[in-house]
Design a binder for this molecule. Structure first.
Ligand code: CAA
Length: 269
């Protein structure tokens, strides 16, 4: 497995400092949340690094797998950010709370960039979730196109229990996947959703035994890689746009994409 060149050079060290490992193997990139001793809690530095990985993703990558090292996918925001001391080198929430607007919102927007690129049409992102995915951890799983869960996975939007709202891009995919009433129930009770229930309500594509998680994700990636990249990108774009279009508009979008596909196919022949 090759270590990826971010910004032109291999930077494994800096990823480790923010609790992330990034590896590329051919067309598959793997982002590993890698602070198991803190249950892969996330910080502003984690989110900056996620954004940077997205900005410099090698062109050949078609699949991005997001996984967690150790017993939990991610325990969400690093709770040290709530303390007055915060985390060395990073603003605490107490500091940000007193910052001038729009500074705080800009910080959140920057954090959200780390999640938003995972929906790019030219890639398919897969969250491989074992153990707890809490708060920012649940939202990171929701930021991915697909979710493969181990049977021990527990998803929890804990933000409300802390007096916060989910703000790392998770609310829209949650509503899109489970519908408004179920999303309200899950968020406003801050309860844990187990893997079987998650699959039943549309939050997971697949549930497997914990020891089979890596293989199940590899198999899914192989199946996704078996189709043509240009067609896959155009189809994902079509599917992503379908919810916001009428049937007529969507039909027109299909025509445009197909004309471009056929032209591309014959231009290459
Ligand atoms: N931040 C910082 N450290 C954390 C952490 C977190 N979110 N979650 C766990 N840790 C640390 C623990 O303090 C502990 O450290 P020590 O060994 O130094 O004591 C270590 O990780 C192991 O934790 P546990 O012993 O609790 O591990 P466990 O396997 O028994 O339980 C867990 C795992 C259920 C995830 C539990 O640790 C837990 O509930 N963590 C807190 C979860 C939480 O409330 N997260 C915030 C979500 S809200 C959010 O994310 C806001 C947002 O998006 C804006």
């Amino acid at each position: 497995m090759a270590e990826a060149a971010i910004g032109g050079s291999a930077e494994k060290t800096s990823h480790e400092e923010v609790g992330l490992r990034f590896e590329v193997d051919g067309e598959i990139a793997t982002i590993t949340l890698d602070r198991p001793e803190r249950r892969n809690a996330q910080t502003f530095a984690t989110w900056s690094e996620l954004a940077r990985i997205g900005d410099s993703l090698p062109q050949q990558v078609r699949i991005v797998v997001v996984r967690g090292e150790g017993p939990s996918f991610s325990a969400g925001i690093d709770l040290r950010l709530f303390t007055p001391e915060g985390i060395p080198g990073q603003d605490s929430l107490a500091t940000l709370a007193t910052a001038e607007d729009p500074t705080f919102e800009q910080r959140i927007a920057h954090a959200q960039r780390g999640f938003l690129w995972l929906r790019r049409p030219d890639i398919v992102s897969i969250a491989a979730v074992n153990g707890h995915a809490i708060g920012a951890g649940f939202q990171l799983a929701l930021a991915c196109d697909l979710r493969v869960l181990a049977e021990d996975a527990k998803l929890c939007m804990k933000e409300l229990a802390l007096g916060l709202v989910p703000d790392l891009t998770g609310t829209k995919p949650l509503v899109d996947l489970v519908g408004l009433p179920r999303a309200i129930e899950i968020c406003l009770t801050a309860r844990a959703v187990g893997a079987r229930e998650a699959a039943a309500i549309g939050l997971a594509e697949l549930v497997v035994a914990p020891e089979d998680l890596a293989e199940a994700v590899r198999d899914l990636a192989a199946a996704l890689l078996a189709t043509d990249r240009g067609a896959a990108t155009a189809t994902k774009r079509l599917l992503q746009g379908a919810g916001g279009r009428t049937l007529e508009e969507q039909s027109a979008a299909e025509r445009r994409e197909q004309v471009a596909r056929v032209r591309a196919l014959f231009a290459g022949s």
